[in-house]
Design a protein around this ligand. Structure first.
Ligand code: 13P
Ligand code: SF4
Length: 324
């Protein structure tokens, strides 16, 4: 019955009793099962508030590799939970909704990527962590937005580099390092949507505001930014910078931690070009507090990978952790 539900929907569609205090229940289950909840900054505030660790892709991978827990509930998207499983194969890794994918990871199929690599031999293959385990298995070094510059700089200058799958992060790293790189043509559906015109209008009204942006944004937006960095770096900047108003060009979930850590500061989400007022990642937002609860209670959906794939994909991730 549960297996059938999972197959059809990608998550356990079992509504918890509405009388339950889900925060208390999740906390009880975590203790009983020696489980932890790892959450990305783009998750709903409720999920962030029940997490044991909230972080960017690098922080979450580091945490997954060293936790003593037996079960990891990964409140994030599929490639993140897969990375946790690759780093901790002996643990049970759960993803509240298996459909939580990523437009960047989806842009880079293993078949096309394999052909691309074969067409360009003699290149060091650097892949952004936002890719499938199969792509990681074809990669020399995985990077995240917080360590890509350092890792690319560590590659000998006489080596040619393939950078996949995010062309915007790739071109920003290329400018920062002065390294020409062969870029895969992928992008994030959320970070490409911001409207420069609307951002400039907000800036006109708030001349002291700092525009902060994730490097997955287009270069024309990054050129306007006062600060560019991974989600953790952006959060740190809002704590350390003396400005009191920030225009935030990344997924809106991060505003929860920014506001929590800086209660007296104002955070304005950068608006997208569409009429929609939000800049939510539809994949990240498939996870809900209810799904976190049911997935921990029934220990499903679980991330399952073959031993062979784990072995092949692990090397490029471990190399990244060593270089971070
Ligand atoms: P970081 O949290 O590593 O900056 O990544 C952002 C992102 O888009 C994750 O999908
Ligand atoms: Fe992927 Fe973009 Fe969503 Fe991050 S925000 S998971 S890069 S689609």
């Amino acid at each position: 019955m549960q297996g059938q539900l999972l197959k059809e929907k990608g998550f356990l569609d079992i509504a918890p009793d509405p009388c339950l205090d889900l925060f208390a229940e999740i906390s009880k289950l975590k203790k009983e099962k020696n489980a932890i909840v790892l959450a990305h900054y783009y998750q709903d505030p409720d999920i962030q508030d029940c997490a044991d660790f909230i972080g960017d892709s690098l922080g979450l991978s580091q945490e997954a590799s060293k936790t003593g827990a037996s079960i990891i509930v990964f409140a994030g998207v599929h490639f993140m939970a897969e990375t946790a499983k690759i780093l901790s194969p002996e643990k049970k890794v759960l993803l509240p909704d298996l459909r939580a994918g990523c437009s960047l990871a989806d842009s880079c199929s293993k078949e096309k990527f394999s052909a691309f690599i074969q067409d360009h031999p003699d290149h060091v293959v650097v892949s952004y962590i936002n890719c499938s385990a199969e792509v990681k298995a074809m990669t020399d070094i995985v990077v995240t937005s917080s360590n890509a510059e350092k890792i690319v700089n560590s590659i000998p200058r006489n080596k040619k580099i393939i950078f996949a799958p995010d062309k915007h992060l790739g071109s920003w790293i290329s400018k920062r390092t002065g390294r020409e790189m062969l870029l895969w043509d992928g992008s994030c559906m959320v970070h490409e949507l911001f409207s420069k015109e609307k951002i400039l209008q907000i800036r006109d009204k708030n001349p002291d505001a700092k525009l902060i942006a994730h490097p997955e944004c287009e270069s024309s937006l990054l050129e306007l930014a006062d600060y560019i960095g991974s989600t953790t770096a952006l959060l740190k900047y809002t704590e350390e910078n003396s400005s009191t108003v920030f225009i935030v060009a990344t997924e809106s979930g991060i505003l929860h931690q920014m506001q929590k850590k800086n209660p007296s500061k104002t955070f304005i989400p950068a608006p997208p070009s569409s009429n929609c007022a939000c800049n939510d990642c539809p994949h990240m937002k498939l996870n809900t507090l209810e799904k976190v609860y049911t997935c921990l209670k029934y220990e499903q959906p679980e991330i399952l990978l073959s031993e062979e794939l784990i072995k092949k994909a692990r090397t490029s991730i471990v190399r990244m952790l060593e270089l971070s």
